[in-house]
Write a protein that binds this ligand. Structure first.
Ligand SMILES: C[S@@+](CC[C@H](N)C(=O)[O-])C[C@H]1O[C@@H](n2cnc3c(N)ncnc32)[C@H](O)[C@@H]1O
Ligand code: SF4
Length: 366
């Protein structure tokens, strides 16, 4: 007898900026966006926020994930308590993934051991170049602190990722950072183009234009292909998960090869189809950075916010979002005739009422 496949549990994600405080003051920082929260919730309020999230996940039988971010989340002296509560929830199966975006200067041996004990799934450390280039963006001494923290974490057995913010001034640093990261036992390196908000807007001339971005991808491809075979998985995943590599492979007459790159990660729009709560340090809840407020925690519970928000429900309807994104793609002149449209979904740029709007990938050079 053939058994029906079990329906996967719905998910929920909490992206929680637990503090607006930071020990660094990077020029490009998104925190400097006008209107961004500059106050933090008190200890008891944070405990209530986490309890409310866990209750939401449990009552709705959702597979829950949590990301602690900031500012620098490690600066809060109640961070260990919050983390341990999340770890206990992971032990009982409520939470399935804990991720942290933190700064290396405040990551000592005690913290590395705590993260290991709490079975943190990923800690992401930002690196925007080797020493000189990185410290130009992130401040003097940050590179050395990052390297020391990565070594400490790898030694303690905590999975580490590196996040690189790409600008005109550091695009030649991506490959040296990837090589260093792979040597040091880092699991993933994520590259993000400069976002033109907050400090990023002040340095907007640093964002690569689409044709410069194409040159960058081409140069990276040459370098990725020269990595030793032991890093073939990294190369495949890096190429496959960057939408614009499809267009480049098409132009190089290698689209079939691109199509056949095997990877275990799936293509995602917005989120994996579950509800996503982004919580700013003052408790304001938004579905995503650029979208409107849905409530305040802990004043409102996550359940109340979810129940009263058509927008949150609409954003978790993955099939509907895909449909709308494809509709937009067909209506855009350059996308409708694009040979790699299937690999490149338009991104959501905003919501009016509860209707999402999409636009072509900003990095596209067609
Ligand atoms: C907001 S920070 C918070 C965590 C931590 N303080 C850090 O910097 O890693 C999260 C990530 O966003 C990146 N970031 C900051 N401003 C950005 C911008 N304008 N565009 C793109 N990424 C940015 C940071 O470099 C970092 O990798
Ligand atoms: S990018 Fe991160 S480390 Fe730099 S100022 Fe912003 S929050 Fe702090």
């Amino acid at each position: 007898m053939i058994e029906a496949a079990a329906k996967p549990r719905k998910t929920c994600h909490l992206g929680w900026h637990i503090t607006s405080r930071c020990n660094l003051s990077c020029r490009h920082c998104l925190r400097r966006t006008p209107g961004q929260a500059t106050t933090d919730l008190a200890r008891e309020e944070c405990r209530a926020v986490l309890a409310s999230y866990l209750e939401f996940a449990e009552n709705n039988d959702r597979a829950a994930s949590i990301q602690f971010s900031g500012g620098n989340p490690l600066l809060r002296d109640d961070f260990p308590d919050l983390l341990m509560t999340a770890a206990e929830a992971k032990m009982r199966g409520t939470i399935n993934r804990i991720q942290i975006l933190g700064n290396p200067e405040t990551l000592d041996d005690n913290m590395a051991n705590l993260l290991a004990e709490c079975k943190v799934d990923d800690i992401t450390i930002s690196l925007d170049g080797l020493e000189e280039a990185n410290d130009r963006m992130r401040g003097s001494g940050n590179f050395r602190a990052a390297l020391a923290a990565i070594r400490r974490l790898v030694k303690a057995g905590v999975p580490v990722s590196v996040k690189f913010t790409l600008t005109r001034g550091n695009s030649d640093q991506v490959m040296p950072v990837i090589r260093l990261a792979l040597e040091e036992g880092v699991k993933q390196v994520g590259i993000g183009q400069l976002i033109l908000a907050g400090g990023g807007y002040e340095v907007r001339d640093q964002r690569l234009a689409p044709l410069e971005y194409r040159e960058f991808l081409l140069e990276m491809l040459r370098e990725l292909e020269s990595l030793p075979e032991e890093h073939a998985d990294f190369r495949r995943s890096f190429i496959r998960h960057n939408g614009m590599y499809a267009l480049l492979f098409h132009e190089l007459g290698r689209l079939e090869e691109f199509r056949n790159i095997n990877t275990t990660r799936s293509h995602r729009i917005n989120s994996d189809g579950g509800v996503m709560f982004v919580v700013w340090s003052d408790g304001e809840v938004v579905p995503r950075r650029e979208l409107q407020r849905q409530g305040y925690v802990p004043r409102n519970t996550f359940q109340e916010i979810y129940d009263s928000s058509p927008l949150l429900k609409m954003l978790e309807d993955k099939a509907r979002l895909r449909e709308l994104a494809e509709e937009t793609q067909r209506s855009l002149v350059k996308c409708s005739a694009c040979p790699v449209a299937e690999f490149c979904r338009p991104g959501m740029v905003g919501v009016f009422g509860s209707h999402p709007y999409f636009a072509a990938n900003r990095n596209c050079w067609r």
